[in-house]
Design a protein around this ligand. Structure first.
Ligand SMILES: [Zn+2]
Length: 338
């Protein structure tokens, strides 16, 4: 039906037409099904799978979400609680009675020759909010059996527990790489025996995670700074633990450093790199390493992937007036060779 009026139609003719249109609309709407509130579906309460992929030259990097855990602000050292709260508020980071949500991320790098996992998540070592890395590896299109190398930044449970389940290797075809200094500390029975009681679970978790790989001859200890594969070099970043190591991936002029536990609180420690965390084995050295690395990352502009930065934890570091700031990566399509 086409309804039109000549441009010179009288006002009354226009009024008659608009009434007719309203009447037709009302009649039409009366035949439409009515939508009641009961037919609105329930909220799905489903989140997207916890993986995010990016291209790095010829490599593909996939961030894998293990989960998140709340950390109390009392763990941060060298900063007043009021300053911490102000910095969290500035960054819109919620502070609940349990503390601040802190992500645990692992990174899977497909170099075309190797499928390398950096850090394996917490499995069941820190409760039910963590341990999702394995499922997210599958969601990302891979199988645990396809992983050829596991690099651990350090042997804390939130990075190492996920390598082993019920005493068996989760990645049966992978060789586990740990720096000599890290293995020499956590896997040394004498050091463990001398450690305070509250540190004992950390030693046990490290030893249990590594044991089945060691038994299978699949544990490789490397010297800090060694090149571990084509385009992959270890970068000593000690302080958080005695052999804490980052891994620099380089392809076609692009670089990404998986830096482990350099920053636990993005709202506080970029602006104030002199703030350490209770878990740092050597607080002073951890601060010095963080300051040096943030300066280098801001100058050289390489990508960063951080185990405890908000997922996917990939982005850049830039200088600001009195410290640094974190610039997260933007969601992007995968384009090979860029
Ligand atoms: Zn950690």
């Amino acid at each position: 039906m086409q309804v039109s009026l000549r441009p010179d139609a009288s006002p009354s003719a226009r009024r008659v037409l608009s009434i007719a249109i309203l009447a037709a609309a009302a009649a039409f709407s009366s035949v439409l099904p009515t939508v009641s509130a009961a037919e609105v579906p329930a909220q799905s309460m489903k989140q997207v799978p916890g993986y995010y992929a990016m291209a790095l030259g010829d490599f593909q990097v996939t961030a894998l979400y293990d989960g998140a855990i709340s950390l109390t602000t009392a763990l941060l050292k060298g900063v007043s609680d009021s300053d911490t709260q102000a910095m969290l508020a500035d960054m819109f980071v919620p502070l609940t009675k349990d503390g601040v949500q802190t992500a645990v991320n692992g990174y899977l790098i497909n170099t075309g020759k190797d499928l390398i996992l950096v850090d394996a998540g917490a499995a069941a070592c820190f409760g039910p909010t963590l341990g999702g890395l394995g499922d997210n590896l599958k969601s990302a299109g891979y199988e645990a059996t396809q992983v050829t190398k596991v690099f651990v930044t350090h042997l804390h449970g939130d990075h190492a527990c996920g390598m082993t389940a019920d005493g068996k290797r989760v990645f049966p075809n992978a060789t586990v790489y740990v720096s000599k200094d890290e293995a020499g500390y956590w896997l040394n029975k004498e050091t463990a025996a001398k450690a305070p009681k509250e540190a004992q679970p950390f030693f046990q978790a490290a030893q249990q995670a590594v044991a089945p790989y060691e038994q299978a001859g699949k544990l490789k200890q490397f010297a800090p700074g060694d090149t571990l594969a084509e385009g992959v070099a270890s970068v000593p970043l000690v302080g958080h633990t005695p052999g804490h190591e980052g891994y620099m991936f380089s392809s076609k002029g692009q670089q990404l450093l998986v830096w482990g536990d350099i920053v636990h609180s993005h709202a506080v420690q970029f602006a104030r790199p002199d703030v350490s965390i209770d878990f740092d084995t050597d607080q002073k050295q951890a601060i010095a390493t963080r300051k040096e690395l943030l300066a280098r990352a801001a100058k050289e502009k390489f990508w960063i992937a951080g185990a405890h930065l908000p997922f996917p934890g990939i982005g850049h570091v830039a200088e600001q007036k009195d410290g640094y700031r974190w610039i997260p990566s933007e969601y992007s399509p995968l384009v090979k060779g860029e």
